[in-house]
Design a protein around this ligand. Structure first.
Ligand code: HEC
Ligand code: HEC
Length: 357
């Protein structure tokens, strides 16, 4: 009798668990095009987020970095990073619903494992077309003083930039109005907007601000270079010779244009040339922006057109200001490799929340 009761109980528990399991998977299944605001489910699943948001807003940079950065931060007072704002930005960054046919997200062309760049010379957009230029890595975008974005600096702010790929006819192929309607209809967004902005109302301006907050939160400060600067590690002889060359050799030092500690400049003054007959860059003056050289060993291929396959090719070739005497090639390579921060390429707070591994 007692045994029978127990087995009934076990059956009930199993049934309840199964029911729960089924209703859970219902929540992520495709139910077609319900367009009631905030209730439509996505074929792409639900984002998996931590109960307490990750820290994006208060990253403690070591002194050798923080002391060098006043005046370099392009964060506007009107869009300071908050943990909930960047969390929403993370979801949007990885949401393929931002593209016309749900195939491409920002993360498709800016892959975390590749320091938010792409190994393809030209990236593939939603319909398989190729981008006009090589994708850019997104590390330390926040510290590009002028705040201008793209290889040709055609966007004046990051808030403006993040809306461009959505409307680009090759990249994501949507109008802002279409995108806003689509995002507004998805079940998981109202709560995320409520947390980030204090209201469930969804609009393009908030989408832009959240995306910009997430991109600005991606900073690196945990490479070997940083350990050396904090007295926690030492350079090898080659690395040290490479650093010396980088900062002091020649009439145009590498550091003059790629300034430590973020190896970034806001002033692409010299119309120096990787010859490119088809692309004249900033104001058609054969000038191009260069983002941060941090994690550069992880972001091949290089330059605005992705035409330089490796750092070795660049240093040993004949590109003005970028090719060096044979004895300096290995030294510079060794030094540039010390700029690699493996934390930022695996940190879960920057990862795809739709990835259910
Ligand atoms: C189909 C590929 C593709 C997609 C999708 C894409 N990007 Fe990009 N991204 C690029 C390319 C290519 C460039 C360089 C374009 C240029 O300079 O003309 C770029 C440049 C950028 C830059 C400029 C970085 C700098 O230092 O100036 C930022 C920021 C950026 N993308 C963020 C995003 C965000 C946010 C999204 C999603 C809303 C996104 N991208 C979607 C390919 C893509
Ligand atoms: C006169 C300024 C200047 C000097 C000097 C200079 N660079 Fe650059 N560098 C740039 C600019 C601008 C770009 C982007 C050019 C482009 O894409 O067409 C760039 C691109 C690069 C890239 C590729 C970046 C990417 O994301 O694809 C690397 C690596 C690099 N530089 C390293 C160096 C090293 C090492 C030195 C010294 C040997 C050096 N640079 C000297 C301005 C300079």
């Amino acid at each position: 009798m007692k045994q029978k009761k127990t087995s009934i109980l076990v059956c009930l528990i199993v049934a309840a668990t199964l029911f729960q399991y089924c209703s859970k998977s219902d929540a992520v299944s495709d139910t077609g095009n319900q367009i009631t605001t905030g209730t439509a489910t996505s074929t792409l699943g639900l984002p998996q987020l931590p109960a307490t948001s990750f820290n994006y807003s208060n990253i403690a940079l070591p002194t050798h970095i923080s002391s060098a950065l006043p005046g370099c931060d392009n964060t506007p007072l009107s869009n300071l990073i908050t943990n909930d704002g960047a969390t929403l930005g993370r979801v949007l960054f990885y949401d393929k619903n931002l593209s016309k046919n749900n195939t491409v997200s920002c993360g498709s062309c800016h892959k975390q494992t590749l320091s938010f760049s792409d190994s393809a010379v030209k990236s593939k957009g939603f319909a398989g077309g190729s981008t006009a230029r090589h994708s850019m890595q997104l590390l330390n975008v926040r510290f590009y003083r002028s705040g201008k974005m793209f290889w040709d600096e055609r966007s004046n702010t990051l808030e403006d930039q993040v809306l461009q790929p959505i409307q680009n006819t090759t990249e994501m192929g949507m109008t802002l109005a279409e995108m806003q309607t689509k995002i507004s209809a998805l079940s998981y967004y109202p709560a995320l907007f409520q947390k980030a902005f204090g209201t469930t109302e969804i609009n393009t301006d908030k989408i832009s601000r959240a995306l910009a907050q997430f991109v600005r939160s991606i900073v690196t400060y945990q490479s070997k270079y940083d350990q050396v600067k904090q007295g926690l590690a030492t350079f090898t002889a080659d690395e040290l010779a490479g650093e010396t060359f980088f900062t002091t050799a020649g009439n145009r030092t590498c550091a003059g244009c790629h300034a430590p500690p973020m190896f970034i400049t806001s002033d692409p003054v010299a119309p120096f040339g990787l010859a490119d007959a088809t692309d004249a860059g900033i104001n058609n003056q054969n000038r191009f922006k260069s983002g941060s050289l941090r994690n550069i060993a992880n972001t091949a291929p290089y330059f605005h057109n992705g035409s330089v396959a490796s750092l070795q090719t660049m240093l040993a070739g004949n590109i003005p200001a970028h090719s060096v005497a044979p004895q300096n090639v290995q030294r510079l390579l060794s030094f540039l490799q010390t700029l690699t921060d493996v934390t930022v390429v695996s940190d879960i707070k920057y990862s795809d929340p739709f990835n259910k591994n």
